[in-house]
Ligand binder design. Structure first.
Ligand code: CA
Length: 232
């Protein structure tokens, strides 16, 4: 376990908070890497491929949400937003941009560690530490190679279709709203995006072999969004 630690990227410009969070994570057996700006955070993210990101929204170069927008084009790594902002609309917009969770400063150590454990657990179902696999009954997703298998057979998906399925798997069991999915996949949410999502989803379901009206690990929550779950 020790040589297979989860790697966490902390993007925070305030020294005392960065030091506190780093020490807390190391004490909890996580490997920590840090960055002080949005751009250096993106560089660290691309070169180190962390298992989770803790992201401050108020960064010196760009708003932290720019980091979210950038990485969500290709990655569904869990991101916990850390911010002094208490405004609900900030929270909703960060979540809609693909943040997994939100912790408001000042926060307690136990609270942050609990949120990290939950976020990591939701992405690592079935896989041991260090693996990049998601398993749900007969559905297997290999995040490293970006391949999806159903009952042992590979399902050929487009990049966008893969990103949607991977995103839902990261939030397995939870309903993701249309706007949450659209924002995470395309980085913006305009008129017509929901239609684009529905078209992609219809193709995914077809490739998964779902009969009309039948669910196929991706459940359509009418009028709300989609949820990945076991077939009952
Ligand atoms: Ca800050």
């Amino acid at each position: 376990m020790n040589n297979n630690k989860y790697r966490i990227l902390v993007i925070e410009d305030e020294d005392n908070i960065k030091t506190f969070v780093s020490a807390l994570l190391e004490a909890n057996n996580y490997q920590v890497i840090t960055a002080e700006s949005c751009n250096s955070g993106l560089m660290m993210f691309n070169s180190h491929r962390p298992d989770l990101v803790i992201l401050d929204l108020g960064l010196p170069d760009l708003d932290g949400t720019e980091f979210l927008k950038a990485i969500r084009k290709t990655s569904s790594v869990p991101v916990i937003v850390l911010s002094a902002r208490t405004d609900e609309s900030d929270k909703v917009s960060a979540l809609d941009m693909g943040a997994n969770d939100y912790v408001t400063k000042p926060f307690g150590s136990a609270e942050l560690v609990a949120r990290i454990r939950t976020a990591l657990r939701s992405t690592r179902q079935g896989g041991g530490a260090g693996t990049q696999k998601f398993e749900l009954d007969k559905l297997v997703i290999d995040y490293d190679s970006r391949r999806i298998y159903l009952d042992g057979e590979e399902i050929k998906l487009t990049q966008t279709e893969y990103n949607i399925v991977a995103l839902l798997s990261e939030h397995c069991g939870k309903v993701m709203t249309y706007s949450a999915i659209v924002s995470a996949i395309w980085g913006y949410n305009d008129y017509g995006s929901k239609k684009k999502l529905q078209v992609n989803m219809a193709n995914i379901r077809k490739k998964f072999g779902a009969a009309p009206g039948k669910d196929c690990y991706i459940i359509n929550e009418l009028g709300v969004g989609y949820r990945m779950d076991e077939i009952n």
